[in-house]
Each structure stands twice: as C-alpha cells, then as structure tokens.
Design a protein around this ligand. Structure first.
Ligand code: SF4
Length: 468
C-alpha cells in the first residue's frame, strides 16, 4: 500500500526521489557540479567589495518596481515602440506561442536559432514550433546538449548540470556522428562548428531577456558563450520573449543586478557578454513579447510578491540538499529547487503540488545564499499553511494522514507533561522496532523501507539534569 502515491494529478516527489537516488551516476554529477558552483560563488562574493551593496540596491530596485509592474510595463512598451521595436503582451501561453510561430512563418523560416530562455521552456515553445513545422535549434551549449538528448533543462543556469562528460561524449557520438571523444575542447569545437552554420543561415533568432528597462525600452541579455549575441545580431528578425517581472525602472539600476547575478550564478566577477538591445539595425526588425501569466497575481500577494525579486541565478538550487539529490527533473516544473517550489503552486495549484511543498527541510541555506534575500523557507512554509486550508487541494489520504500525524505531534510536543509521559513509551517502541525490523521504526509501507530515523536518547535532558 502506498498512501503517498497521488496519481498523475500530483507531482510525485517520493517516486522521483527514489529514482534519482538509485541513479549513482546522477548523484555523482549533481554532487560535483553543485559543490563546485557553491565554492565559486562564495569565492567571488568574498573577494568583491561591492557585492553586498549591489545586493541591497538590487533588492531595493525590485521592491520599488514590483508594486508598479503595470505602470512600468506601459512605460517600457512606450519607450520600446519609440525605439522602433514591435511589442506584444500575452497572459496566456497559447497566445504567445501562436504569435511567435506566426512571425517565424511569415518570414519564410523553417528553423530558428534560440538562446537559452526559461520563459520559452515555461510556455513549451519548442514542442509547439516542431508541431508547426519549425525546427528550434538551441545554441547555448548546455541547452544544446539537453535538446539533442530529448530532455528538458535541469537547472536555471546550467541546463545539462546532471550530465557527465562521458554521457555528453556518447550523446554527440550517437546523435551527431562525432567521433567519440571525452576531450572538452573537442566537444565544444564540434558543437561550435555545428551551430555556426545554423547561425549563418537563420532568418529568425529568439532569446530571452534577463532584464528589461522601463525608462529606455531596452532589454539586457546576460551570457558567457556569445550565442545570444549571435542570435540577436545575425538573423534579420530578433524576438526577445520574457516575463513582465523582468522589468526594472531605470537603466542606472542595471549594474547592480549584473554584479549580483554573475557572482551568484557562475561565481564570475562579471559574466563574459552582456547585450543591451533596443532599436533594430537598418533592414532588421525586433520584437519584444512579454508574458504576464500569474505574475500580476504574485505581485499583488502581500506575502509572495518578494518571489518576483528572483534573478534566476540558480544559487538556491545549488545549495539545496533536496535539489542536490533530486535534480531539476524531479520537480516536474520548469523552475526547480526552492524558487520552483515557491512558484509552482501558483501555476499548477495546491493539489498537484501537495508533495512538492513538503519536499523541503526548511534548513534556510537557500535564503542565506539568495542574492535577492528572498525568504524561500518562509514562503514554502506559507504554502503549507495555505495548502492545508485550500479545499481545492482535495481530501486525499496523503493529506489526512499528514494532518493526523501533525496534530498528534503538536499535541505531544507542546505539552511538557505529555511529552515526558510519552518518552518512555517511545523508547520502548524504538527498542522493539529495532529488534523486529533492524531499524528505529517498523516500516509499514515499502516507501519507507529504506529509511532509518534517529533513535531517542536514553534519557531526556531534564531527567539527566535532575539526576545530577
Ligand atoms: S530565488 Fe534567489 S537564489 Fe534562487 S534563483 Fe532566484 S535569485 Fe537566485
């Protein structure tokens, strides 16, 4: 019996975690990649004299712009149009996908070059384009790797973080016919030659945007490989698609964001390329497509609005003990890790996310590393409260069992006499359980058979104290 299995209507974190934990290669890749990322981030933050100041300035900027998002959107559109950029705003995914496909088709393109964009993952653009006879070519190396593997990105800034060099070498050999090599330079050079040809012949390039600036109608794209720069400049048509939360008020605020983003994402003092784009060159055209789905709702929520401060650096993913074992794919949502857990219920509802919001130790590492100081554990906890009160989440067995255990735990732990009285019984239980099952409890469900809880100490603190 598995009371935790919620069917397809629930993101089954328990199953996903079990599969991920059983995959030794995945565990090794995750451990190595996340540990390196944290180390580099900490080193960059430590030697920078401006990091903390920029952090505060960026937070201040976001906190000023989030309550004014509608106003800033209008200002951004007016200034972008003045620059000769055509702008469109959509609240639904179907609308934005159809608009992008229509622009591509009307330019006679049967493929597009694309730089990494989580928003296009969110709207599931690639699948839609393929269904409409348009080949999307991912040009960010990590995204290129996952796209030829037929997978989705597993991390905000390192989409192929879950893959080892060996796996990538095998993939290039099998899917692209490259002679087998694990040499990083050879692999990069092969991908580069393959993609350069696509860049040279593309009629349309699609990018995301890390920031959009209201007072000038510009967007900024931050990267390290120059693939976004090529996708912006080589094709005749450039489309930048991004969420409305990316808008900041003034151009002077941008440097603070760039300062914190590069250090938090890749541990660099500054990223290699930042393209700030507005007016298209002669004989070229540019579109800005802005997605508002759920953003205004989050912005209007007194508790959750701070989640829109996120700059998608991925630092909270790197440091999260759950992400480090589950990997991004286990979250079954575009945005994985602590920030994904905070955003998912808005997009998918509490019923689907009831296990996801429980998949956090609330250890607080994510809050401490987040450059925008988002109270991620506090927001996850708030989701748990709201989920408990939400009738739409449904009266599943999972929730009922959880409620009974929570009530029992709270009753015992909040009453000194009760907890003292229960302690000897609990010790007896643990002793019996260890005899029967070899663990500190008796696993009634196969789901728990691999776990072992900490046993109780022989005596409580008070018992020891008074004995002295
Ligand atoms: S929540 Fe913070 S740490 Fe996580 S991706 Fe967003 S900005 Fe980075």
């Amino acid at each position: 019996m598995n009371f935790l299995r919620g069917g397809k209507s629930v993101i089954n974190i328990y199953d996903n975690a079990e599969k991920a934990m059983a995959n030794k290669a995945l565990q090794m890749n995750l451990k190595k990649a996340t540990a390196t990322a944290i180390l580099k981030r900490n080193e960059a933050a430590a030697i920078s004299e401006t990091f903390e100041n920029s952090r505060d300035a960026a937070i201040n900027s976001r906190d000023m712009s989030i309550p004014r998002l509608r106003e800033l959107l209008d200002e951004f559109i007016a200034n972008a149009e003045k620059n000769g950029v055509r702008t469109f705003v959509f609240d639904d995914y179907e609308g934005v996908r159809a608009k992008i496909a229509q622009i591509i088709k009307s330019r006679g393109a049967d493929f597009i070059v694309k730089s990494k964009s989580m928003l296009t993952e969110e709207i599931e653009l690639n699948g839609y384009l393929k269904e409409n006879g348009i080949e999307p070519v991912e040009t960010d190396l990590g995204e290129f790797i996952v796209s030829i593997a037929g997978e989705k990105p597993s991390h905000l800034t390192a989409p192929a973080l879950h893959k080892s060099r060996k796996e990538i070498a095998k993939l290039f050999n099998e899917k692209l016919g490259m002679p087998y090599s694990e040499d990083v330079e050879e692999l990069c050079y092969f991908a580069r030659r393959y993609l350069r040809e696509k860049f040279m012949n593309a009629k349309v390039g699609i990018t995301g945007a890390n920031f959009a600036v209201a007072d000038s109608g510009l967007v900024a794209v931050v990267e390290n490989e120059a693939n976004a720069r090529l996708a912006i400049n080589l094709p005749k048509t450039h489309i930048a698609v991004f969420g409305v939360e990316k808008i900041v008020g003034k151009l002077t605020e941008l440097p603070h964001f760039l300062n914190v983003l590069s250090k938090s994402a890749t541990g660099q003092l500054l990223n290699a390329y930042t393209s700030v784009v507005g007016a298209p060159d002669e004989n070229k055209e540019r579109f800005f497509i802005i997605v508002t789905k759920k953003r205004f709702e989050i912005a209007a929520d007194e508790v959750f609005s701070e989640a829109l401060r996120c700059v998608r650096c991925g630092a909270c993913q790197n440091i999260c003990p759950v992400f480090q074992r589950l990997s991004g794919h286990g979250y079954e949502f575009t945005y994985a890790g602590p920030i994904g857990t905070v955003l998912a219920p808005f997009f998918l509802g509490y019923r689907k996310c009831m296990q996801l919001i429980d998949a956090s130790s609330l250890c607080g590492f994510c809050k401490s590393i987040c450059p925008m100081k988002i109270n991620l554990p506090g927001l996850i906890l708030e989701h748990r409260f709201r989920c408990g009160a939400d009738p739409a989440a449904g009266k599943t067995l999972y929730r009922r069992v959880k409620k009974i255990f929570s009530l029992g735990h709270s009753l015992v732990m909040s009453n000194n006499y009760l907890s003292t009285a229960v302690a000897p019984l609990a010790r007896l239980y643990f002793a019996a359980a260890r005899k029967i099952s070899g663990k500190n409890y008796i696993p009634l469900w196969s789901r728990f058979s691999k776990r072992d809880f900490m046993g109780l100490s022989g005596k409580t603190f008070m018992e020891r104290y008074f004995k002295k």
